[in-house]
Design a protein around this ligand. Structure first.
Ligand code: ADP
Length: 271
């Protein structure tokens, strides 16, 4: 808080009283700190591939490499440029959604339809990796009032991670069920798992589990986007349970109900 005190005086300079204005600047400072942290992590993330590219280009300029070595360096440069492109695209996507530039289009939908479409997108990736991908969707009609593209994107991110961080021949399962006044979605895998000390950071921007990312390409922004879409856009909740070398389960809860039905209920309820 910031307090500014001003004395009120009459024409003889006698103090009549004091006006104290108290401002809550905590939130403003908090926002500034968050912004500074974000800019610094973006700069850090961009610097790594850029210094890689610079080092490889310098080696090529020096001209000490034979044809085969040069080809290898071009390959490394290409990989780093792909990484930069992925980072920039993910950052733009997250920033556009978080800042409200992307219009949120909520409609009355059936949740299992969204889950089926997301599963269809990921199914070929699972097959390619010889992963047994199954869906166990609730037999019940699950009415939700959501932006189906955004929620679909969140489910695709979770499924794509499940496939990415699960070795060949393992399992990934997508489930839905009704629980109280909510629809519950579960994305479970029998993959690498997430160490306990990493779990509190898993939804942070740019956070990647050091042990899991030796071979998998990524940005550390996917789960931050999922978290934003579930909690901020849809008033839902997301949690994760995991055991190293046993697997991971992400659970999303979305409030049930169509807006139209809710409105009708409100109208029907006695005053
Ligand atoms: P990335 O682009 O690195 O995949 P995400 O934000 O989607 O970024 O995920 C953050 C990190 O969480 C990943 O780098 C990975 O270490 C870990 N992770 C996410 N999903 C899983 C999973 N299903 N199993 C194991 N680790 C996971």
């Amino acid at each position: 808080f910031r307090a500014i005190a001003t004395n009120l005086r009459d024409e003889h300079e006698q103090v009549l009283g004091t006006v104290v204005v108290v401002e809550n600047i905590g939130e403003e400072n908090n926002q500034k700190t968050k912004h500074a942290e974000f800019v610094s992590s973006v700069a850090h993330e961009l610097k790594t591939p850029m210094s890689g590219i610079k080092a490889y280009v310098e080696m090529l300029i020096d001209g000490d490499c034979d044809e085969e070595e040069s080809q290898e360096l071009y390959g490394f440069i290409n990989q780093q440029i792909d990484r930069l492109t992925r980072l920039v695209n993910s950052m733009l996507n997250l920033a556009r959604i978080e800042s409200g530039v992307v219009e949120i289009k909520r409609h009355d939908c059936e949740l299992n339809d969204i889950l089926k479409s997301s599963a269809d997108v990921i199914s070929p990736n699972a097959t390619e990796k010889d992963i047994a991908f199954s869906t166990e969707l609730s037999d019940l009609y699950l009415p939700v009032h959501v932006d189906k593209d955004m929620l679909g994107q969140a489910i695709i991110n979770l499924l794509s991670n499940a496939v990415k961080y699960t070795p060949h021949g393992h399992e990934v399962r997508l489930r839905s069920r009704m629980e109280d006044a909510s629809a519950v979605i579960e994305v479970r895998d029998t993959g690498l798992g997430i160490p306990e000390d990493s779990l509190p950071h898993i939804f942070d921007r740019f956070y990647r589990v050091p042990e899991n990312n030796a071979s998998a390409a990524g940005t550390g922004l996917g789960l931050a986007l999922v978290h934003f879409i579930v909690t901020n856009v849809h008033n839902g909740a997301i949690s994760v349970q995991s055991k190293v070398n046993e697997g991971t389960c992400f659970t999303i809860t979305i409030p049930l109900g169509h807006k139209e039905q809710k409105k009708k209920k409100q109208l029907a309820s006695p005053a």
